[in-house]
Design a protein around this ligand. Sequence first.
Ligand code: SF4
Length: 347
Amino acid sequence: MTIDKPGRDVAATGLLPAELSKAFLLQPAFRGRQAFKWISRGARSFSDMSDLPAGERARLSDEALFSTVVAGTLASEDGSVKLKLALREGAAIEAVLLSDAEGRMTACLSTQVGCAMGCTFCKTGTLGLLRNLGPDEIVEQYFHLAAIRGKPSNIVFMGMGEPLLNLESVRRSIAIFTHPDGLAISRRKITISTCGIVPGIIELADNGPHVRLAVSLTAATDDLRSALMPVNRSWNLVSLKEALLHYQARTGDRITLEAAIMGGENSSLKSAKAMADWIRPLNVQVNVIPWNPVPGLPYREPVRGEAAAFEAELERLGINAVRRVRRGRGVAGACGQLGDTLGAVEP
Ligand code: SF4
């Protein structure tokens, strides 16, 4: 059973406790909370919910809890795993389990089928956009990843798609992830990553949820950023900076800026200086990410020392910068690589 939402139905995994009660006619109402707890613990069917009365389990045993299925798995030597998930209508998305040196696991979740933003260094950007994901399809990515090696402690909305162009589903999925009767994941362990959708950043600042914010900056001159990221033609660096200053004034949070470094494109010390000048007086950490190769895209990986020099220049200019290890690369699950197991998704 599903509740109607514009465009498609939402499966049980996209519902909060009271909505589960209503959608599945669970009486008394606390049964919805029980079902929610079971789903959060990884139940795949109402039949698994042993504290629901036997009659209820029998009545609901044919109801599908999930709307997605795992259609492929790729594991990397660094512990990362990429899942291909089939959606109801036959389209597919990818989700990635990232594992760091300390063994901490992060679920990297997609928010759209494909992406319309067209960042020139990103595989997903070459696919086009089919549709937004529903909250169930977002939440289920986490559950599928959790079934591999236990529940990831962190969540990043950094997979396929632009989260701030699907804010309704992202908000609902965060409400589910953070709900005290379910996974109860702290908002501080959840990150929304945007390519720079200015109205979305302002909306997040004003109305939340206040999770961590990451922005893909990549370059800090309008000419270069517009060439690499078409979003900059709609919201340029002046408007992006104003939005981030507003965000910081409202939340007090440090913002993460992502800088994917393509060899010879945006890797110069001059580019680093422009970035440092643009950043002040924002309170940020810059993640310097050596670009991950994507066949067919016209860029090269930075040569040895190129990304390190960029990072060092930012640091020299007083900007807090960190060079990121490229996790997930072995499964093409690293930043900008998602979508290689999928065909074009344009309708
Ligand atoms: S980097 Fe993100 S916003 Fe840009 S095309 Fe790729 S998925 Fe879309």
